[in-house]
Design a protein around this ligand. Structure first.
Ligand SMILES: Cc1ncc(COP(=O)(O)O)c(C=O)c1O
Length: 405
């Protein structure tokens, strides 16, 4: 059968597939440790639940304006003022079905087939596929200095006449690295100079450690007129542990918001009103949950680093934020998919192969589970990879026997 060229070019979401694999293995009773996850385990804020429940109890759950209800737009405007020091109007704001949809409709609004979209390596798995969905060409740029910090000169060199946009995600999924203030200032300036859209994917911007503060790209923007090509993406999924609500947003210029709204109106209409009400509760309500999540993640990072540092051959870059650690396992083979499958089959530990993020030889390990899971997961990885380890390992009531070198 003939399916579309674009449809056939899109790869399965590696991370969503892993969630399904974990669920299937757990259903079979296997002692799975999920270090592949991308969502906090804490509960959604009470204010979010009360708001959503109050709406549900009326029994009147209706369509909303395609770009979101006024109360949510107002909460996003307030959020933008608090965390970015930027005043925006309702006409600059669109609420979507997750940051993912906000990104997707933004790309659909700005890209023509053949256009190029630049983003640093390692990158979030969806950026290349989203560009392809628009018929555009993803241009991943590897930092020339071998670090996880993008180098402005590398990005500048990758710009061609077809370049239309740059996507920056800091702190970064998968590396956890937060890009420097200088880099943010420089990339804003570069994109303004070259007349490119700059999409700041700030979904993890408050989940940062070591006393760091979120960076506002707006403070470096010279052009905040209606022609501004600065796009800020954010949402409630990560910081408020509300992944299942599917609510994110974009702050953009008024014309772009209108085009994105038109696209969203025909794709899905406005996001679920229940989720919008929940997001209003989260954004306007008690913020202590965000801080306690941040503290938990900072502590989990410490444990993850201690555990990984005891694993001979593995190199780790200390994450500044998020709930990921992107560790260099090249000493155990360049093929990260093979390594991740080996760890899954032999010791039931789920990790995400680095190749999905543009860097083979690495594994993304998640710190959003419990400390017990982190310690147990790394213990099993260590046992699997250490040829001098004892030949047997007891995992719950399973006896694992080493039958490999
Ligand atoms: C970098 C990045 N951007 C966007 C998203 C999408 O978030 P949402 O759940 O709001 O769609 C994710 C989710 O994993 C992410 O890691």
């Amino acid at each position: 059968m003939n399916y579309s060229l674009i449809g056939k070019s899109i790869r399965e979401s590696a991370t969503l597939k892993l969630n399904a694999t974990t669920a299937a293995l757990r259903a079979k009773g296997e002692p799975v440790i999920h270090l592949g996850g991308g969502e906090p385990k804490s509960k959604a804020p009470l204010d979010a639940i009360t708001n959503a429940a109050a709406l549900l109890s009326t029994g009147e759950v209706r369509y909303t304006p395609a770009d979101g209800i006024p109360a949510l737009k107002q909460a996003i405007i307030q959020y933008t003022e608090t965390f970015y020091g930027q005043q925006v109007a309702p006409e600059n704001v669109i609420a979507s079905g997750g940051a993912k949809q906000a990104l997707m409709i933004c790309l659909q609004a700005i890209l023509n087939p053949g256009d190029e979209v630049i983003f640093p390596v390692p990158y979030w798995v969806s950026y290349p596929e989203m560009a392809r969905l628009c018929g555009a060409i993803p241009v991943p740029v590897l930092p020339g200095d071998g670090s996880f910090n993008p180098v402005l000169a590398d990005i500048e060199k990758s710009i061609t006449v077809n370049t239309r946009a740059v996507i920056i995600n800091s702190p970064n999924n998968p590396s956890g690295v937060m890009y420097s203030e200088l880099f943010v200032a420089d990339i804003v300036e570069l994109c303004e100079k070259k007349n490119l859209f700059l999409i700041m994917d700030d979904i993890y911007h408050r989940l940062i450690f070591d006393g760091k503060k979120p960076i506002s790209c707006y403070q470096y923007a010279k052009d905040m007129s209606e022609g501004s090509k600065l796009v800020v993406i954010n949402g409630v999924s990560k910081q408020y542990a509300m992944t299942g609500f599917r609510l994110g947003w974009a702050v953009v210029n008024k014309n772009l918001r209108q085009i994105m709204t038109n696209i969203q109106a025909h794709q899905t209409s406005g996001p679920s009103v229940i989720s919008q009400q929940a997001a209003v509760g989260a954004l306007n309500g008690d913020q202590s949950g965000v801080e306690s999540l941040r503290l938990t993640l900072e502590n989990n990072r410490k444990v993850m680093l201690e555990q990984l540092n005891s694993l001979n051959g593995v190199k780790v870059t200390k994450p500044d934020g998020t709930f990921y650690c992107f560790a260099d396992f090249n000493a155990f083979g360049k093929d990260s998919t093979k390594l991740a499958l080996f760890l899954l089959e032999k010791v039931f530990v789920i990790t995400v192969p680095g190749v999905e993020f543009g860097l083979d030889g690495f594994l993304r390990l998640s710190t959003c589970g419990s400390i017990k899971e982190i310690i147990e997961g790394i213990k099993r990885i260590k046992w699997a990879l250490d040829p001098d380890a004892p030949s047997e390992l007891y995992v719950e009531d399973h006896k694992l026997v080493r039958n490999w070198k």
